[in-house]
Design a protein around this ligand. Sequence first.
Ligand SMILES: Cc1cc2nc3c(=O)[nH]c(=O)nc-3n(C[C@H](O)[C@H](O)[C@H](O)COP(=O)(O)OP(=O)(O)OC[C@H]3O[C@@H](n4cnc5c(N)ncnc54)[C@H](O)[C@@H]3O)c2cc1C
Length: 411
Amino acid sequence: MNKILIIGGGPAGMMAAIRAAELKQDVTIVEKNNSLGRKLLLTGNGRCNLTNACDLNSFLESCSNNDFLRGAFKHFFNRELMAFFESRGLKLKMEENNRVFPVTDRAQSVLEILQKETAKYKINVLYGLNIKELLVKNEKVSDVFLSDGKTLLADKIILATGGASYPSTGSNGEGIRIVGRLGHEIIPLRAGLASMEIKEAYPKALEGLTLQKIRLRFHSDKNEIYSPVGDILFTKNGISGPLVLSLSGKVGGWFGGSQKVFIDIDLKPESDQAKIDSEFLALLQANPKKQIKNVLQLLMPDRFAAVLIDAAKIPGNKLASQISRKERTELVSLIKGFRMEILKTAPIDKAMITCGGVSTREINPLTMESKIVRGLYFAGEMIDVDGDSGGFNLQIAFSTGYLAGQSAASE
Ligand SMILES: Cc1cc2nc3c(=O)[nH]c(=O)nc-3n(C[C@H](O)[C@H](O)[C@H](O)COP(=O)(O)OP(=O)(O)OC[C@H]3O[C@@H](n4cnc5c(N)ncnc54)[C@H](O)[C@@H]3O)c2cc1C
């Protein structure tokens, strides 16, 4: 029986611990907080989008460094994760774009299953302890120095300390810095799945509004990307939602020089300008005595209609019969391309995930063991792998955690 120490009690660390304990090892988790899975409770707006039920190829397309992940997914992929929870009594449901949630709509119920398993296998959890340093002797991991001045010894160590986003949950990048000091290559950390701040005041009036089935065009002097069709959410001073989060990594890379970055929202991606114009004209003719703001509300949410009229500099109470051809053309152009300037993407501490981390070049993808330090394994967000919004990141954490736990137990 190996003595296995797992640093970090997030989804990756808990799954690593459960798998190693299932294989009859002596397992201890060291967690700096006084509870497990603090970030897990925030996921999916508290509902926990725990995985994505798409097929392997589509899944890999939604992840960076995806070749590295094949080994972990071979052992424990989305079907196995769903079976893990369902066989322990947690009912799951699938929503749009294959996103999987617990039927309870509560991340707490996902955490409860993991906690029950931890208790069932009598996994020892040391709360309120921070690891400060790891000692390596003869290229093998040896002692773990803790914040209380004590030292722990272990045969194998699994590091699962997460990234650097939402540091109030406990993951503040310290684990990654410790690994860097052991000689591992660290890919610089940057924000992933981040919201964007907008220069104009519109988001304030639109806060909380979701626009559905729209397309975005991000552009600057040198760059341009179109999003797929999807949803966008307005926040207090900007925009978020799946389309924005997914492209934030790329768009974030455009800042730095003097160029400005813009977003154009296409509210009707399935129709061209001429088609929208003729539909709009028909609506105006059918409702001549209605105010223009009320006619536009037939095409889009009320609050967005008000903003659009404001941007077109047309009084909202003007009657449909009084709208000139020029004004109609202007409104149609705004429906196809409502432009705002992006000031910046959210910084890493406010981003959902951390891109970068421990380089995959120095981790064995078949075991998650370090290629530099024997007996040291990695799991979860601290590794330089990340996925889109949609349940991909938690699956990465669970899969790499499972493989790290299994490898540490069996080698
Ligand atoms: C608001 C928000 C919503 C999200 N929603 C989703 C979603 O719906 N679906 C999805 O797939 N992903 C989502 N994510 C991403 C997902 O939460 C993470 O990818 C996932 O939690 C990573 O798991 P992990 O175990 O690697 O790290 P973490 O969950 O960050 O856990 C790391 C643990 O290690 C502990 N730790 C850190 N340093 C030390 C140390 N030195 N000593 C001891 N302990 C330490 C921390 O306290 C923490 O408990 C969301 C993230 C955020 C912030």
